[in-house]
Write a protein that binds this ligand. Structure first.
Ligand code: FAD
Ligand code: DLZ
Ligand code: SF4
Length: 518
């Protein structure tokens, strides 16, 4: 197609690709090409995203567009309320092709399979070549993960992580891990006390761009979950870097030790609160890991903190992304335990007598954030014990967290949290009775249920549900060597006690299913 007056490349940048060194931008020329960014209804609605998540992304997109413009790029930015906005990537690209008559469309591969699938059909629709470039913002490419995974029977994160340490040299002394061990997790299981000094994440005052977005989201997404304000997220990479530097100074030293702790009313503890920024492209994972390594080498933080943090990014984050692209699209339908209960309404309201759940869900609705152990051992644990459909659980996590995109959320939910992939990611289901929650938090002291009581109406529901889960899934799980001991305990248990636990769980689930407040 000849285009004497058109642009050379039309570069579509998605809302979670806010990085100046994005592969598509690197391929383009700021003097000749046009950048396209679009706010589209389809992306804001494919799950009922938390209001703060939408506000964060739209504000970060608008700030990034103005940064590109200031750097000389021509940016065609379509706002959600612009007249004629078709509401989809495809529709907006079609309109932009009319406006700019490009010779080629450039785009960096997306973070979700559904968008990639759509993108692969664009070539036919536009009569303009569409080039989908690799997303180079990750430390391990999808091809690199595939070749690591090829021929392995088990895809354990720990082995992947060791290879990544060797590849990057992070915390390495030649071929050996600094400190003589790859993993210091055993030192990272302390409960916290409420009298500890608690650092707070950096908060940023909404500027006029953010205020305009808050108005829009308040008007257009009133029916979506979560509190919109106070809104304090970083919306530029400079702010996100400031926030991360604050974490390095104020919280990293205790990150490892209290990584698994939970405390009433303490939403962030010693966590970085950085995932939303990283996943949107405002921060670079390798830069963060190097900063943490330097903090350790300079003697500012202990090894268990530095290693623990680097493992989350270099290990878990890269690993789940590799696994997602390795296993999609079939992974989405996994349901190894055949769980089919509907997600209880209280996941959207926080209205439950279970204090741990009310805290984790309430904080989620307030902040579009909860830390890992709240996600895994409170809301995830309950869903797994109660036999909730993993797809519904997945859609909830995808909706309510500001950091949620399928590539990272789905393996964490379907694999790590719900064991729906049958043990591909986790070597055993992450389930616990109330005892674990009581050990790692002070939630039980504020709860109307009694964590020490095993069965009966006043007993902590996690206690009976735990045994009910093991009993219900015995056929699938009993052969798992990591569960031998627990199944041996279950078989040795007095028959009356077993019956009372099973009856207690059944009665709880009946109340749950009938919509009573539990
Ligand atoms: P920190 O605890 O300070 O950790 C530092 C960083 O390590 C995080 O910012 C994150 O980038 C990375 N990280 C830590 N754990 C993981 C992990 N398991 N997988 C990938 N990266 C990790 N994380 C997301 O980014 N998006 C999601 O949608 C998401 N969904 C989850 C769903 C479930 C059911 C579970 C159990 C975990 C999920 N996680 C998800 C992982 C983890 O809970 C969050 O990354 C973390 O809580 C973010 O808070 P933070 O930045 O304070 O993390
Ligand atoms: C999550 C999201 C939202 C809420 N809105 C937009 C949008 O209006 N425009 C856009 O380009 N991206 C948005 N996103 C992020 C996309 O959903 C994300 O790029 C895909 O899910 C691929 O990861
Ligand atoms: Fe949660 Fe049970 Fe503790 Fe209540 S008693 S906070 S339900 S673990």
């Amino acid at each position: 197609m000849s285009n004497p007056s058109g642009c050379r490349n039309l570069v579509l940048i998605l809302g979670d690709q806010l990085t100046p060194s994005l592969s598509s931008l690197r391929r383009a020329d700021w003097q000749e090409d046009v950048v396209l960014m679009v706010e589209v209804r389809e992306e804001t609605k494919y799950v009922p995203h938390h209001k703060k998540k939408i506000a964060f992304l739209l504000s970060a997109m608008r700030h990034f567009a103005s940064e590109l413009q200031a750097a000389g790029w021509t940016v065609d930015y379509v706002r959600l309320d612009d007249a004629g906005n078709t509401g989809s990537f495809q529709g907006e690209l079609a309109r932009a092709v009319q406006r700019h008559a490009p010779k080629r469309i450039l785009v960096t591969e997306p973070g979700e399979w559904r968008v990639l699938d759509d993108m692969q059909s664009w070539q036919n629709g536009f009569a303009v070549p569409v080039e989908i470039l690799e997303d180079t913002r990750f430390i391990c490419s999808t091809a690199g993960f595939r070749s690591w995974a090829a021929g392995r029977r088990q895809l354990r994160m720990e082995y992947f992580y060791r290879e990544m340490r060797l590849k990057t040299g992070l915390l390495m002394d030649g071929e050996k891990p600094i400190g003589g061990k790859w993993n210091f997790d055993a030192d990272n299981r302390k409960p916290a006390k409420n009298d500890l000094f608690m650092p707070e994440p950096s908060r940023f005052k909404p500027d006029p761009i953010t205020q305009e977005v808050l108005q829009l989201v308040g008007d257009r997404f009133a029916d979506h979950p979560g509190q919109l304000e106070p809104f304090w997220f970083a919306v530029t990479s400079a702010q996100a870097e400031d926030a991360f530097d604050g974490f390095l100074t104020n919280a990293l030293a205790d990150f490892g030790t209290y990584q698994d702790a939970m405390l009433q009313g303490q939403k962030f503890l010693f966590h970085a609160v950085t995932s939303a920024y990283l996943n949107a492209g405002l921060l670079d994972p390798m830069v963060l890991c190097r900063k943490v390594e330097v903090a350790f080498l300079d003697g500012k933080v202990p090894l268990n903190a530095a290693e623990g943090f680097i493992r989350q990014i270099l290990g878990w984050r890269e690993y789940v992304r590799g696994l997602y692209w390795f296993k999609m699209p079939d992974y989405a339908a996994s349901n190894a335990l055949g769980a089919d209960r509907t997600l209880p309404d209280f996941y959207w309201t926080g209205q439950t007598h279970m204090n741990c759940m009310a805290e984790a869900i309430g904080e989620t609705l307030d902040e579009a954030y909860a830390h890992h152990i709240q996600r895994l051992m409170v809301t995830g644990n309950f869903a797994l014990l109660a036999g909730i459909d993993p797809h519904e659980v997945h859609e909830w996590y995808l909706a309510v967290y500001a950091d949620a995109y399928e590539w990272v959320e789905m393996p964490n939910t379907i694999g790590m949290s719900q064991f729906a992939d049958g043990g591909l990611l986790a070597s055993k289901p992450y389930v616990s009775s109330g005892n674990y929650i009581n050990k790692m938090s002070d939630y039980c002291g504020h709860c109307q249920y009694d964590v020490r009581q095993k069965a009966g109406p006043g007993a902590c529901p996690f206690n009976a549900l735990y045994w009910n889960f093991l009993d219900r899934n015995e056929r699938v799980l009993k052969g798992n060597p990591r569960l031998n001991q627990i199944y041996a305990t279950w078989s040795r248990m007095d028959e009356d006690k077993r019956q009372s636990l099973l009856e207690s769980a059944a009665s709880f689930l009946e109340r749950l299913d009938s919509g009573q407040m539990v």
